[in-house]
Structures are given as structure tokens and as C-alpha cells.
Design a binder for this molecule. Structure first.
Ligand code: ADE
Length: 230
């Protein structure tokens, strides 16, 4: 199977590239795409750069140009739920865009006409992740991930996102990747390890924990790849 693994930042895919052995690379649409064989699969690996626009480009290219049949996202997030501490894993059951606002026309926050506020992730990939978590002896919380083109470093904004979308974690790419995959009919899975709590300390915590949390997520994603059937 051709599986796409993407992150937003170099730090999020470096631990994956370090684990897969040899790979080739090619440039397209402003990104570098890495290809290799791993555990019986063809992998296409890339980081998009931060935010909804760049991540949508990268996901689209992985699907349309490289023929990805499933897409797994690995990276870090700001925690909203009190259950999520730095280094904990959260997988998206559904994703929304917290910065979409056409409420002036009577629509709810996050809604785009002919779309939906929430995009559901693939249930069989979530079930696989639960099995992988059991066998690794790690906890992965399932929850709503809210995405926006903002690094959230304010308790007030974080609580607004929690109250409006019942979100458990927030980041800057998941919902745009989800939209791309849903529109192309490609099953997707979004995994994040917590790097900060999206409050006043978020900037400092992010810098401190980006690398270690990115590794936690990458390691789990590679275990999932090993368990994916062909
Ligand atoms: N990714 C990790 N932490 C984040 C935060 N606080 N805001 C947005 N994206 C993030």
C-alpha cells in the first residue's frame, strides 16, 4: 500500500526519516517528498511547513501526484483537555477549523457552506491505533482537534475554542489535511503529542518540548505502519 506520512515541521518528520533506512527525494510544489519501502509498504513522507494552506498543498500533492492511499499525520499540539499533559498522545476522532467565522451570515463558527463544522477521521485507522496503543502499553486519548492559522498562547482563546468546539487539543494543520483527504476519499489519521498547553507559557514550552513530543508521535505512527495490511 502507498502510505503518506506527513508533518508540518522538519522536527516532526525527522524521527521518521531516521527510522526508515534509505530513501530517495524529489521536489514538487515547494516541498521535498521522500520515498522509501518500509515494512512491505511504499511510503511517501514530507513536512508541509506550518498552517492550513501549506498543509493542504502537501496533502493534495501526496494524494494526486504520489498516489497515497492512506494518510497519517504525525506532530505536536497544544493541549486543551486537562487530561492531556506534555508528551501525551491524542488522536483526532474529528477535526474543525476554529478560525473560520462567517457568523455574520447566521452560520455557526467553523462552518463553510456545503461543508460541515467537523470532519471525521477514519474509524478503522482509529481502531488500529487503539490496538497499537494496547500492544505498546501507551495511552492515546481520542478527541476533537481544532485547527487554525494561529499559535494559541492565551488561556482566553484556548477556553473559547474548548467551549465552542468541545475541542481537546489544538494545532495548525489537522483540519485542512482532513478536508483534503475527505474530498479525495482518502482515509486519514491525525496524531499529535502535546508540546504545550496553549496558554501564556505555550511559546516557551513549545520550544522546549517540540522535539521530544514529535518523537513520541513519530514512534507511534511507525508502529501503526507496521500493523497496516497491504
Ligand atoms: N501546535 C503546538 N502547540 C500549539 C499551539 N499552542 N497553538 C497552535 N498550534 C500548536
Amino acid at each position: 500500500m502507498k502510505i503518506a506520512i506527513m508533518g508540518a515541521m522538519r522536527e516532526e518528520i525527522e524521527p521518521i526519516l531516521e527510522s526508515v533506512g534509505s530513501y530517495t527525494s524529489s521536489d514538487h510544489a515547494g516541498n521535498t517528498f521522500y520515498e522509501c519501502r518500509y515494512e512491505g509498504h511504499d511510503l511517501i513522507i514530507a513536512y508541509s511547513k506550518i498552517g492550513k494552506v501549506f498543509s493542504a498543498i502537501t496533502a493534495s500533492v501526496m494524494i494526486e501526484r504520489f498516489g497515497a492511499e492512506k494518510l497519517l499525520f504525525s506532530g505536536v499540539a497544544g493541549g486543551i483537555s486537562k487530561e492531556l499533559k506534555i508528551g501525551d498522545l491524542v488522536m483526532a476522532s474529528a477535526l474543525c477549523q476554529h478560525d473560520v467565522d462567517i457568523t455574520a451570515f447566521g452560520h455557526p463558527y467553523g462552518f463553510i457552506p456545503e461543508g460541515s463544522v467537523m470532519v471525521d477521521a477514519d474509524r478503522s485507522l482509529i481502531d488500529l491505533a487503539k490496538e497499537v496503543a494496547r500492544s505498546m502499553g501507551v495511552d492515546v486519548k481520542e478527541g476533537i482537534i481544532a485547527t487554525g492559522d494561529q499559535f494559541v498562547a492565551s488561556a482566553e482563546r484556548k477556553h473559547w475554542i474548548e467551549a465552542t468546539f468541545k475541542a481537546d487539543a489544538l494545532e495548525m494543520e489537522g483540519a485542512s489535511v482532513a478536508c483534503v483527504c475527505a474530498n479525495f476519499g482518502v482515509p486519514f489519521f491525525i496524531l499529535r503529542a502535546i508540546s504545550d498547553s496553549a496558554d501564556g507559557d505555550a511559546g516557551m514550552d513549545f520550544d522546549t518540548f517540540l522535539q521530544s513530543s514529535a518523537k513520541v508521535s513519530a514512534r507511534f505512527i511507525l508502529e501503526m505502519v507496521k500493523r497496516l495490511g497491504n
